[in-house]
Design a protein around this ligand. Structure first.
Ligand SMILES: Cc1cc2nc3c(=O)[nH]c(=O)nc-3n(C[C@H](O)[C@H](O)[C@H](O)COP(=O)(O)O)c2cc1C
Length: 260
């Protein structure tokens, strides 16, 4: 079978989702707190768990093929379609360990995630409502903004720290790392059988909300909502791999700014 052949989610997702999700949802023997001395071992264990994905590159193993096909069926799931259970704190730590495998030039670690606990939703709701009111929204909209703090059975804030003037690591590389970290996190959650979505909205630009989450030099990039999908995910539009991957045609003129 052509490794790049399209596989529909209805064919693959339930099978791969069950097998891969079950394997990856198992509790991890050690905490994955990056500060913990067992972190290196834990990261190795996590890598071993996703070995099937690596084997797929060489065509070994049916489970590996399923894992790749399943990854190709990751779609964002909005809060309306996210139910309980939420990923546990342990599962979130494991997903963040995968996020930290994002390519990171000079290991600047330009991102981190902050989990908003259930008991903290009310405080966040107040901040969201205050932001909406500050922007002049009507009472109905303010209430809608307040309720958004309760969206997503698990809720993470994504903090980016892009350092200016780092030799050899321009800011766009650091932003690329942040994006890769978020993507790795989404893929890890997907492989565990959870749905997730990155959302930003005006709330990330509110100074009080930023102050509540950001350390010096950090940007509140977005929120990540995660939970158990309550329906099948659907692509918003078909992907065009041909447009995204082509052979270099040397004679083809490049637009200004596209020269390397
Ligand atoms: C940093 C960031 C912020 C985003 N913020 C929003 C948002 O506020 N609202 C929204 O509808 N989509 C937002 N998106 C896009 C969605 O997360 C999602 O990628 C998009 O709906 C496409 O769905 P897909 O991931 O299934 O292709 C954001 C994406 C990124 C990377």
């Amino acid at each position: 079978m052509d490794r790049y052949q399209t596989v529909t989610s209805s064919e693959i997702a339930p099978v791969a989702g069950a097998a891969i999700g079950a394997a990856l949802r198992q509790p991890h023997p050690q905490g994955l707190d990056p500060g913990h001395p067992g972190h290196a071992q834990a990261a190795q264990d996590a890598a071993a768990s996703v070995a099937p994905v690596r084997r797929a590159a060489t065509g070994e193993g049916e489970d590996a093929h399923e894992a790749l096909a399943f990854l190709g069926q990751r779609y964002s799931m909005g809060p309306k379609y996210l139910g309980f259970p939420a990923p546990s704190p342990q599962e979130l730590r494991r997903a963040v360990a995968i996020a930290l495998r994002a390519p990171d030039h000079q290991q600047l670690r330009p991102f981190r995630f902050v989990r908003v606990g259930d008991a903290q939703r009310e405080r966040l709701a107040g901040l969201f409502a205050h932001d909406a009111a500050r922007r002049g929204h009507c009472a109905t909209e303010v209430e809608r903004a307040r309720q958004r703090a309760y969206n997503g059975p698990a809720l993470l804030a994504v903090l980016g720290r892009v350092r200016p003037n780092v030799e050899d690591v321009p800011e766009h590389e650091q932003w690329a790392c942040i994006g890769a970290g978020m993507m790795n996190l989404l893929n890890a959650l997907h492989l565990m059988g959870y749905g997730a979505k990155i959302l930003s909205g005006a709330s990330v630009r509110d100074p009080d909300i930023q102050a509540a989450f950001c350390r010096t030099g950090e940007t509140l990039v977005s929120w990540i909502l995660a939970g158990t999908p309550t329906c099948a995910a659907r692509p918003k539009q078909p992907d065009d791999v041909q447009a995204a991957l082509s052979d270099w045609i040397e004679s083809e003129p490049q637009a200004p700014g596209e020269h390397t």
